[in-house]
Structure formats: C-alpha cells, structure tokens
Ligand binder design. Structure first.
Ligand SMILES: [Zn+2]
Ligand SMILES: [Zn+2]
Length: 455
C-alpha cells in the first residue's frame, strides 16, 4: 500500500482525465490520496470532490503564496469546513520566503493562527516551508512537542529535520529526491523512516524517469523506489512504513493498525507468535508501541496454530520464515513446533528461530533435540560478555542462570547440527567486539543487529 499524502487534484492539469488518474493510482496500490487545498474556494471544492470517493481525503487551508489582507477574516470559513469528516488536516499553510507573494509579517501572523486552529480542532497541519526552515524550526521547538504536523517537500538541512522529528513532526519527500542534481541522499539516510511520508505534490515535481511530464498520484511509487534503494528495503516496505506514518498523523488507513501474526520485511517472512518474554531488555519496544517497520506487533492474545497458518498463507515471495516478533518464541514451544512442522510440510523454505536462548530454562528440559529437523538455524541474542552485564541489559526473569543457559543453548544447537549465529544489538553499552570473541570461541557465527533508534 502507498499513500500519496500531498496531491493537488483540483489543479486544471487534471480537468480532462481525473477519473483515469485516480484509476491508475488505485491499480498501482496507491490506496489513499490526500488532496491539498490552497485557499478557501479551493477547499470548498475539495470537500465536494473527496466526498465522492472513499479513498480520497482533503486538507483545508491557505497556502502562504495565496494570502491577502482578507485572509484573516476568512479563517472562520476554514474553521467551519474542518468539521467535515473527510477533512483530515489543515494545510497547506506555512512560510514561503522564496516567492514572498505576501509580506513575511502576514505570513507569520497566519502561521500562528493556523497553529491555533490546529490546537482548537485537533486536526494535524500540513506545512509548506520554503527558504524559512530556521524560522519554522524555531517556532516548532518553542511549542515543545505540542504541534502535530508534516513538513511537506522537506528541503531543510539535517539539523532542521532531526529537530522537527524530535518534536513529534513528520517530514515528507516528493519526486525531487529522484533528480540527478538532488544532493541530499546522506541527509535522507540519517532521518529514520518512522518519521517520513511520501507524496507527489502533483501536478508538480514528477519523479525520474518521467521528469518534465505532468505528475500524478501513481508516481508516488517512484519516490518509494528511491527510498527503498537508500534504506536497502523493498518498495512495499517503504510503502507500508510511510503509510503507517500517515495513519499515525491523519488517522486514515486504520486497517494498517491491525495486529500482525505473520509479517514480511524484505524477502523474509516473520512470525509473531507471542508478546511474552523472559527478558525485559532496556532497548526493547515490546512494552511500548511494538510497531516495527509499519507493522503493529502488539498482539491482543497469542495466536493459534490455525490463525498463524492462515496469516502465513497471505504472503508469497519470501526466502525464509523466521520465528521472531516482540516476544520469546520458545515460551510457546508446542505452538512453535506445530507451526514449524506445518511449514516443513507445506513450504519449501528454511526456518530460523530468533531467540534469547532461554528455551531450555523456560521449559525445564533441553528443547534442542525437539527443534532438530524443524529449525534450520537460530539467531541468539547474546548482547553481553558476562552474566552481570547480561542481567543489567536484559533484566531477565531468570536472574543469574540465564546467561549460562543461553551459552549452553548455543552449544546444544551446534551439537545438533542447527546453524547458530550469536547477535549483538548496535546499542550504546553493548560491547560488540567482546560478543564477537565469545562467538568465535564457541565456533558460531556472529552478527550485529540494527537498533531502532527512538527520537
Ligand atoms: Zn507546498
Ligand atoms: Zn502543495
């Protein structure tokens, strides 16, 4: 799924073929489109348009280039429109000191009035900022996290971007990130995708290789493709992650928030069989949001084997199945074995188990012989070079016993012909070199795991 979070569907460019434009978007899984208004007349027409299609939503507002002395008195008109159910944001509003079609003073005044309208109505903001990033950032920082909004067509520097997202705002990228003269790839890579949306800003800013032609919502996929390359993820991954962000800000695409049992990232299919764990790691999101790459992994209850099989069957095109999720899979050893048996019988893929290595301790017996023939490889979270450090980091319920148990588990797996990789999270306080040495001593593989930084 993709969401074009910024499209000007009422521009005359779409007068003759809007229906075809919308059909093309839907066919390419651009499931929702947010139309963006630029003045009160446009906003009124937008409401009429989006009322006709379940997949369209709109913002209402006044673009900084459309302001006049009359705008202040027309704020009430905008406010009235915000109660319409398909109006999901106030925008685009902001500061444009590049074109300066109205005075900076008036722009500032209106900017603050729209911030107030957002607070009053609870609707998020869609910001247009050009040549005014420092000022916009300063205002947002002063509001100290109270502003919900997205900065569309982000073109600030890295510090602008990081400060805005630290204060709860999102950034949105358009087709210009695909241009040959776009020189900010390094900035994009440092902005976590959990704060990013994608858009076309059509009819403008058509991504490569169509640059020069009229832009339309289907081309938002081109923006996703560029990000997929930068982040080494699939285009689907980018679509889902950015759509989830749109859900968080605008409340649309609620289906994305359904808890997931099976979930695919890149070409691996993961199974989220439980949220229970014998650790409570300091770096883990399990007890917080438990959202990973656009998937809600917070289960309402542990899924049954049947529910899990049904969930697995929704996916194709994966190379391995991994028992993982936000929880310790070996806590449900029978479930784990039953699902693994079904996979072995029905799918021609390797099975991996991501575990904290406490399985034998949890179940009161050596479980490794039972995993033999079902699980092809295990990734064990080592994360520490001694028991004391391990306990501090994992706050394991098994206290002192847990570190020895995980080392034993790795040895047992190796003995039973299950390929073992010890892992260490890329987190402050985790001594990756020391962990690597332990893995080498044990004669098992080693990998550093990405740590999802929260800003
Ligand atoms: Zn704009
Ligand atoms: Zn726009």
């Amino acid at each position: 799924m993709f969401i074009d979070t910024h499209a000007h569907l009422l521009f005359p460019d779409f007068n003759s073929d809007l229906d075809e434009v919308l059909e093309r978007a839907q066919a390419a899984h651009v499931r929702y489109i947010i139309n963006i208004s630029i003045n009160p007349e446009d906003s009124l027409k937008a409401i009429e348009l989006v009322d006709k299609y379940d997949f369209l939503f709109t913002s209402v507002g006044i673009h900084p280039n459309e302001l006049s002395e009359l705008s202040v008195s027309r704020l009430n008109q905008i406010k009235e429109m915000t109660s319409h159910p398909k109006v999901i944001a106030i925008g685009e509003v902001g500061l444009d000191f590049y074109r300066k079609r109205s005075s900076p003073e008036l722009q500032r005044e209106m900017f603050f009035r729209f911030l107030g309208l957002s607070e009053e109505t609870g609707l998020p903001l869609i910001f247009h900022v050009r040549d005014a990033w420092e000022e916009a950032e300063k205002i947002i920082l002063e509001k100290n996290g109270a502003i919900n909004g997205v900065f569309h067509c982000f073109s600030g520097n890295l510090s602008n971007g990081l400060n805005l997202i630290k204060n709860g705002c999102f950034l949105s990228y358009t087709g210009n990130i695909t241009y040959k003269n776009f020189r900010k790839d390094e900035i994009l890579k440092k902005i976590p995708l959990e704060h990013v949306m994608i858009e076309t800003d059509c009819p403008f800013l058509t991504p490569e290789p169509l640059r020069g032609k009229r832009n339309e919502p289907v081309n938002v996929v081109g923006v996703a493709e560029k990000l997929a390359g930068l982040f080494d993820l699939s285009v689907e991954d980018i679509g889902r992650i950015t759509s989830y962000n749109a859900f968080k800000l605008f409340g649309i695409a609620r289906e994305l928030n359904e808890p997931r049992i099976a979930y695919k990232i890149r070409d691996s299919l993961y199974i989220n069989g439980t949220n229970k764990c014998s650790c409570n790691c300091v770096f883990c999101d399990r007890n917080k949001k438990a959202v990973l790459k656009g998937y809600n992994l917070k289960l309402k209850s542990d899924p049954t084997v049947e529910e899990t099989i049904k969930s697995i069957n929704k996916y194709t095109g994966y190379k391995e199945i991994v028992f993982c999720g936000y929880g310790e899979p070996t806590i449900r050893i029978d479930y784990l074995k039953n699902v693994a048996q079904w996979i072995k019988k029905n799918k021609d893929v390797k099975i991996r188990l991501n575990t904290n290595g406490h399985g034998s301790l949890i179940n009161g017996r050596n479980i490794v012989p039972e995993l033999k023939g079902l699980i092809d490889s295990v990734s064990v979270s080592l994360n520490a070079e001694n028991a004391e450090k391990y306990l501090k980091l994992t706050r394991s319920t098994y206290n002192g016993k847990s570190y020895d148990a995980l080392i034993e588990f790795m040895k047992d797996c190796k003995k039973n012909g299950i390929y073992v990789t010890a892992t260490a999270v890329d987190y402050d306080g985790v001594n990756k070199e020391a962990c690597k040495s332990i893995a080498e001593e044990l004669g098992v593989g080693f990998r550093v795991r990405e740590y999802k930084q929260r800003l």
